[in-house]
Design a protein around this ligand. Structure first.
Ligand SMILES: Nc1ncnc2c1ncn2[C@@H]1O[C@H](COP(=O)(O)OP(=O)(O)OP(=O)(O)O)[C@@H](O)[C@H]1O
Ligand SMILES: [Mg+2]
Length: 464
């Protein structure tokens, strides 16, 4: 330890040396040291600031990355737009914005999301549409700052002198655009706009993915339903073959029974036997009618030809086939046939198919019973067949969808949603039409219109 203690000799030397330095050079040295100290302090301060801003930038980057990931994962358009807006607000300070989506089918833009949008802002967007600024920004594929030349926005508390339009494009597909009103007048340069463009691109891809996902789900659903329909159609065809076979077999002995009963009915066998024989004849006649309509149905399936037909016969056949079902649901049938209805050239099997579907739909709507009205009317150049029920009716928002294929409000084992779609096609092929009138809670009326004088085959447009 002795070596660390300065000897009295070395102390003396140091003092004598210090005395030898002139005072001016000492001051110089002190000032040099002070200036060095100042420089070091400044460097430390700068380094600290840099590390702060690096930290801040890193934090912001992490937040943005997090949002970008959210955008990428979102399956819902609203979620994507929310994420896009909250990141964009970190890039640029704004509260007022409008988000427009392009309707891919109609080709026009619809406001999808907005915040604090007043009539002034709406007028500005409209002027941007009218002046072709939106179309220009979309074709430029870049975010654009549009000066507020008219000073329209300056009535707001925070006047801006510009708007920013950010196009949303996935590859070259237009998705929509975002229009922003920045809080401050200053835009710090192209960097911010580039950042907005990048975010918009990310959001556009995510939105396009949701569209594709939606389409895929719809196509899958359609495929599933058409598979069900094919199975049903095959089942129906098999049932049809079976039914017509059975009907054919029943028909022969039935005709013998009918002939014998009718023969016996010509003579009297005493009141009791006579009454029984009359009843047997009536019921056998009913069976004969049912068998007849099944056979006619099968024949029409095999020979889908047009032929002169009486509408009341086709309607009665349809009612006969559905009679038991209607009766078991406490549904009364009220038929009013006009006398002046001529025979029409139609495919009776197909018209019967339309009527069977209308009757079945009516029955389904009258779960607690009711009345089914069937009327025929002659109107100028048309024959109308009306099928009206006193059922639950069709809500307004469904009225223009009921003729769409696969539109149904029934459970899968009750309906496929093809009945009215096929009926519509059949009526079109007959140069006719089908209309609906309905009031919820009161009932529904379907009107079949058939022309009295349909064009003959050579008058028809071959492309139709
Ligand atoms: N008379 C009616 N009363 C109330 N709703 C009806 C009536 N007719 C049709 N609809 C509505 O229209 C929808 C479509 O009818 P459509 O006949 O095309 O299909 P479906 O009856 O559901 O199935 P399918 O006829 O293939 O068995 C029905 O699901 C129902 O919601
Ligand atoms: Mg139906």
């Amino acid at each position: 330890m002795g070596s660390s203690k300065p000897s009295s000799l070395s102390k003396k030397k140091a003092v004598s040396k210090a005395k030898a330095v002139p005072s001016s050079s000492l001051e110089e040295r002190v000032s040099q040291l002070l200036s060095k100290l100042e420089t070091s302090e400044k460097m430390i301060r700068e380094e600290r600031d840099l590390s702060y801003s690096l930290k801040e930038a890193l934090n912001r980057f992490l937040v943005i990355e997090n949002h970008c990931e959210l955008i990428g994962r979102a399956r819902d358009i609203n979620q994507i737009i929310d994420s896009l807006i909250s990141i964009a607000q970190q890039v640029l300070s704004f509260k007022v914005y409008a988000f427009y989506l392009l309707d891919q089918e109609k080709g026009d833009y619809h406001l999808r999301h907005a915040q604090q949008l007043d009539s002034n802002h709406k007028a500005i967007i409209q002027s941007h549409f009218d002046q072709g600024i939106i179309a220009w920004a979309m074709s430029e594929k870049r975010a654009a700052v549009i000066p507020d030349l008219a000073g329209l926005s300056q009535t707001t508390q925070n006047p801006t002198t510009g708007f920013i339009i950010v196009p949303l494009l996935a590859a070259s597909n237009k998705i929509g655009f975002l229009e922003i009103w920045p809080d401050t007048i200053q835009i710090r340069g192209r960097n911010q706009l580039t950042m907005l463009e990048l975010l918009a691109r990310q959001a556009s891809i995510a939105i396009e993915n949701t569209f594709l996902y939606q389409k895929l789900t719809e196509t899958n659903e359609l495929l599933k339903r058409s598979q069900e329909q094919t199975i049903n159609a095959e089942k129906m065809a098999a049932v049809g073959v079976l039914a017509s076979g059975v009907a054919h077999e029943i028909n022969n002995p039935l005709q013998i029974i009918l002939a014998r009963v009718q023969f016996q009915n010509r003579r009297s066998h005493g009141p009791e036997v006579d009454a029984t024989l009359k009843l047997v004849e009536k019921e056998a006649f009913r069976i004969s009618n049912i068998v007849g309509s099944i056979l006619r149905y099968a024949q029409n399936q095999n020979h889908p030809d047009m032929q002169m037909s009486r509408m009341d016969v086709i309607i009665n056949d349809s009612l006969l086939l559905t009679h038991a079902q209607l009766a078991s649901h406490q549904i009364q049938v009220d038929c009013q046939f006009a006398d002046d209805i001529p025979e029409l050239t139609v495919n009776p099997g197909q018209i019967e198919q339309v009527l069977l579907n209308l009757i079945e739909n009516a029955r389904h709507s009258m779960k607690k019973g009711g009345t089914l009205y069937v009327r025929t009317l002659k109107k100028e150049n048309e024959i109308h067949i009306e099928v009206e029920d006193t059922g639950h009716g069709i809500p307004k928002e469904y009225l223009n969808r009921i003729f769409d294929p696969f539109f149904t409000t029934k459970s899968p084992n009750e309906g496929t949603g093809l009945g009215l779609f096929l009926s519509y096609g059949i009526m079109q092929r007959h140069h006719g039409n089908i209309h609906v009138e309905s009031t919820v809670g009161k009932g529904t009326k379907f009107i079949l219109q058939l022309p009295l004088h349909p064009p003959t085959p050579h008058e028809e447009d071959p492309h139709h």
